[in-house]
Write a new protein. Structure first.
Length: 367
């Protein structure tokens, strides 16, 4: 086996596996890549073909053809990683200048969905007032924690909720991301508060097994003071209690929230998110409409309709769902490009489920 061919084959395997992984994440798992991820895919996908042909033909010139794509992809990936890590200076942020149509600065909890710059408060402020990346990373934490709360309570993302509150230190820095957070989490209102105690408190739990050899008999004093709430947390991650400073790994900070409250701590334990999980009839109806829109859009895709095709939609739904769909009839029609939305007592061709109720519907290209 020639060494040069082996390197080409290895490079092709890497490119091929990376391409399959990207397609699986996007098409099977349903995660929408951000704009920078799309640029990386543009650079990566051709490599699977170029390097595969070069390895098959034992043509080492394939490496030369592949280098520009590999270099471009590596550069974009490096910038993206630096952006997410907070290493990129704020004046590098490509809002309204390098990428005029989209703002990839604010990462989505669903793997970074880009959003139109025209509606972005970050872009609207211009280059001189672009916020640092660190708040946007905090936004990711907020969205991730809130989505976990949704999942734990079986509240699908398409079901709108009334309110999310972010409480704790420096939450005012997220004000500029209010609309983005609301959109990502599908909540009607996002509130910020510095009153963390109103939504929960942290309990210090010293690790006796670790602290015993270090503190000796004082470990009991530390445990008692922790139970009494006589401790303070420092910004460097340490905790002062009973005259001792505990290092990370020597204790645990556990969040306790009021019974039934959907509350989760953010990294650093200096802030929490609280999600209002009460589902009113109005919120449930809107969620049903969004679910119906998804079902019809999937049916359009399965029928291989053009994006601009207008359709007629016929629904057969139980009474428990009828009122919810009727309340958002115009919204559904607009979203799926339906010239009419009709209800029928006769079962239709596409079976589905809405709000745990069996439904059927039919779509046809409008004449």
């Amino acid at each position: 086996m020639k060494r040069g061919w082996a390197w080409l084959a290895a490079a092709w395997v890497v490119a091929f596996v990376a391409t399959l992984a990207a397609l699986f994440i996007g098409e099977v798992m349903g995660h929408t890549p951000c704009l920078l991820c799309w640029y990386q895919r543009i650079a990566m996908f051709p490599l699977a073909l170029i390097l595969g042909m070069a390895a098959y033909a034992d043509d080492r010139r394939g490496a030369a053809y592949a280098r520009p794509f590999a270099a471009a992809g590596a550069a974009i990936a490096g910038y993206h990683a630096a952006l997410m890590a907070g290493w990129v200076p704020s004046w590098w942020v490509p809002c309204g200048r390098v990428l005029p149509q989209y703002c990839p600065m604010v990462p989505s909890a669903r793997l970074g969905t880009a959003h139109p710059a025209s509606g972005c408060s970050t872009c609207a402020r211009g280059a001189t007032t672009t916020p640092r990346v660190k708040p946007s990373l905090r936004v990711r934490e907020v969205c991730s924690a809130a989505l976990s709360l949704r999942e734990a309570r079986n509240l699908r993302v398409r079901l709108p909720l009334a309110r999310l509150t972010v409480a704790g230190r420096d939450t005012a820095a997220l004000e500029g991301y209010r609309e983005l957070i609301a959109d990502e989490l599908n909540v009607k209102e996002v509130a910020f508060s510095d009153d963390l105690a109103a939504f929960g408190r942290f309990v210090l739990r010293p690790n006796g097994r670790v602290l015993g050899p270090k503190l000796g008999g004082d470990v009991q004093k530390v445990i008692k003071a922790a139970k009494d709430g006589q401790w303070t947390a420092a910004e460097d991650g340490t905790v002062a209690v009973a005259g001792h400073v505990l290092q990370p790994g020597e204790f645990e900070l556990a969040l306790t929230a009021p019974d039934g409250a959907a509350t989760a701590a953010l990294r650093g334990n200096d802030a929490v998110v609280n999600l209002d999980t009460e589902v009113t009839d109005e919120l449930r109806a809107e969620g049903v409409a969004r679910d119906l829109i998804r079902l019809v859009q999937q049916a359009r895709k399965d029928a291989d309709l053009a994006v601009t095709d207008r359709i007629s939609l016929v629904l057969q739904v139980p009474a428990a769902v009828l009122a919810a769909v009727e309340a958002h009839r115009a919204t559904v029609a607009d979203a799926v490009l339906a010239t009419e939305v009709r209800f029928s007592d006769v079962a239709q061709s596409v079976p589905a489920s809405l709000d745990e109720q069996p439904v059927t519907f039919t779509i046809a290209v409008a004449g």
